[in-house]
Design a protein around this ligand. Structure first.
Ligand code: M6R
Length: 606
């Protein structure tokens, strides 16, 4: 949603440079306004601007902001339009306290009314601004900065992460309840941020704060207290992400870089998880781990939801009763769970509010929960009964790409483990599935090496609508193809189960609505019938299928080939072709590919 960064002890570097670097690494979390603050002896200095980090950097060129600690923020607006006034940091009436915040303070209007009645004046429309005013009141009453911050945080309802600097103190205060916040532990400096990439170029040693934690961070120390105010020992974990993982590495966009990282990402997802004897060796989940599971519910949003639909196909084929739910719906109307229901949350970030709320609702009803996530130390990983990591490495582009492939690879292995444990038998098809997974990295590389979608992108860049169809595992790929297309091109796109076309959507099909038909190698004959339906209405058809599918080649106007493989892997390969189509159309249209309008990478509000 929003990105928080803070540093204590910038070393040889200028505090503003460290903050700007941290913000640039977090810009995927929000990019409609940004700001920084440092404390001095006579008050805090704040510079903030509507727009991106470059706008803030230009404003900082003309400002005298210095110091040895500071907080910064990049915003994705929820309360109040993206203006200079609503940008963070926010201050109290006397500019003694500066606060940045991610999430929503649900009781802010009550607090604001109270503060107004006591003579405070507000300069923004945000929920955040109540925080510095509350802190300032406690300071005026004689509380220390630590006491004032803790007392204030205790009054906030909602899901939030906040960080604060106060005049005269070389420390950053921060707290989390429901929104991510981590501490980076360097040799002679420390950081606070919403996410690890913010400070990864300085340190890979990270403390993952827990809900209710309050931390005071100085250059050489960090002291964490828990929700009860007791000193809490939080482990320092070393993350295995490299700084270059979070850089563009010569690509024009993070999205393109991450599309090209898919062979390596899937390699990591599969590596060591398939035994020489053709079994599945999932770290932490030996055979029998799911022996008491009767049925599976999967909750997820967006691309992760599509990966979940993909996994459902395999689980259903293996005889494991499985339902997939949009987490936003499950959170408000949870499905009934039995004593032996496993509820799996699929979430790249591990921080998506709807998914976390769904997992909590399931846990409250007694279900066993499992997070399938990319982020070690994320809320989902820490709050579920178990966690399984997809090992994709950091994904910076707002559009999820490599994480879809890594999710599908990991969920396929999980499905094989579940199927064996739940049904008590090893399906004959397993060997073929595992072979296809082992081959998937080189098949992905093959698609990337041979892809040539630019002419097609030029042909279809400006049409009335773009439809994506598929069945079986090709159905979630069609949904994912359409999501990616609309997300980064801003053009109209819809994904359908191929069989649904004639139940309504066919009315929209014209010669100006290209149809992307995805084939996995299973049920292709039926999808070819649907191709006939749209072709006879004049729609141009793009087929994405095995290079050996002569039937498809003959039936379509344009053909995007993938290596011939098992259907479980074919969908992932077809998806890469569709990612490239979306990318190149968006590029031709001059869209903001890594930071599409109105969207943020991590959606931490429901
Ligand atoms: O971090 P999550 O996987 O829980 O995020 C879920 C969705 O917000 C995410 O997949 C979103 O749909 C992507 N921007 C799509 O590209």
């Amino acid at each position: 949603m929003c990105g928080i960064t803070a540093v204590a002890g910038p070393g040889d570097e200028d505090v503003v440079d460290v903050l700007l670097g941290g913000l640039r690494n977090l810009e995927y979390r929000g990019y409609d306004s940004a700001g920084v603050a440092t404390p001095g002896d006579g008050g805090v200095s704040v510079v903030k601007r509507e727009g991106g980090i470059d706008d803030l950097a230009s404003a900082l060129d003309a400002a005298a902001v210095a110091g040895s600690v500071g907080v910064g923020h990049t915003r994705w607006s929820t309360h109040g339009a993206p203006t200079d006034a609503n940008a963070h940091p926010h201050t109290d009436c006397d500019d003694r306290v500066a606060v940045v915040h991610n999430g929503i303070i649900e009781n802010y209007s009550t607090l604001r009314e109270e503060l107004l009645a006591r003579g405070h004046s507000f300069t923004s429309d945000t929920d955040t601004e109540v925080v510095p005013h509350l802190v300032a009141e406690r300071l005026a009453a004689g509380a220390s900065a630590a006491e004032a911050f803790r007392d204030t945080v205790a009054r906030l309802d909602g899901r939030y992460a906040v960080a604060m600097v106060v005049d005269g103190e070389d420390a950053v205060y921060a707290a989390r309840d429901g929104s991510p916040l981590v501490v980076g532990v360097g040799d002679d400096r420390r950081f606070v941020a919403s996410d690890v990439p913010s400070f990864l170029e300085h340190t890979a040693d990270v403390v993952f704060l827990e809900d209710g934690d309050v931390v005071r961070v100085t250059a050489d120390d960090h002291v964490v207290t828990d929700a009860d105010g007791r000193r809490a020992d939080r482990d320092v974990n070393t993350v295995d992400w490299q700084p270059e993982d979070a850089e563009r590495d010569g690509f024009d966009h993070y999205m393109l870089k991450e599309i090209h990282e898919q062979p390596a990402a899937v390699e990591r997802a599969v590596n060591g998880r398939i035994t020489a004897a053709g079994g599945v060796d999932l770290d932490g989940f030996p055979p029998g781990s799911f022996g008491d599971v009767d049925d599976v519910q999967i909750v997820a949003c967006g691309t992760s939801y599509h990966a979940a639909l993909y996994a459902r196909q395999l689980l259903a084929e293996r005889g494991v009763p499985t339902q997939v739910f949009s987490a936003g719906e499950y959170a408000t109307t949870p499905a009934p769970v039995g004593d032996d229901t496993l509820v799996v949350g699929v979430t790249q970030s591990g921080e998506t509010a709807d998914t976390l709320a769904s997992l909590q609702a399931a846990a409250d009803r007694g279900a066993r929960t499992l997070a399938v996530t990319n982020v070690v130390g994320s809320t989902a990983a820490r709050t579920c009964d178990d966690a399984l990591f997809i090992r994709a490495g950091p994904e910076i582009g707002v559009a999820a790409t490599k994480t879809f492939s890594s999710q599908v690879a990991t969920l396929t292995l999980l499905a094989e483990r579940l199927a064996e444990d739940v049904t008590g038998s090893v399906p004959e098809e397993r060997a073929a599935v595992l072979r296809a997974l082992e081959r998937l990295p080189s098949d992905l590389q093959d698609v990337l090496d041979r892809a040539a979608v630019e002419p097609l992108a030029a042909q279809f860049r400006d049409r009335d609508g773009h439809f994506f169809i598929g069945r079986g595992v090709a159905y979630p790929v069609a949904l994912e193809g359409a999501l990616k297309f609309k997300e980064i091109t801003y053009e109209h796109a819809e994904g359908f189960a191929a069989g649904e076309l004639k139940h309504g959507p066919l009315a929209l099909v014209t010669p100006d609505t290209p149809v992307f038909a995805v084939f996995s190698g299973r049920h292709d004959d039926k999808t070819l019938n649907n191709v006939e339906e749209v072709a006879s209405r004049g729609a141009p058809v793009v087929g994405v299928a095995s290079e050996e599918s002569t039937d498809v080649v003959d039936a379509v106007d344009e053909f995007l080939p993938i290596p011939d493989t098992h259907p479980v892997a074919a969908g992932v390969l077809a998806n890469v072709q569709l990612q490239l189509v979306s990318y190149h159309v968006a590029d031709l249209l001059g869209r903001s590919i890594d930071k599409p309008r109105n969207l943020a990478k991590s959606v931490t509000v429901e």
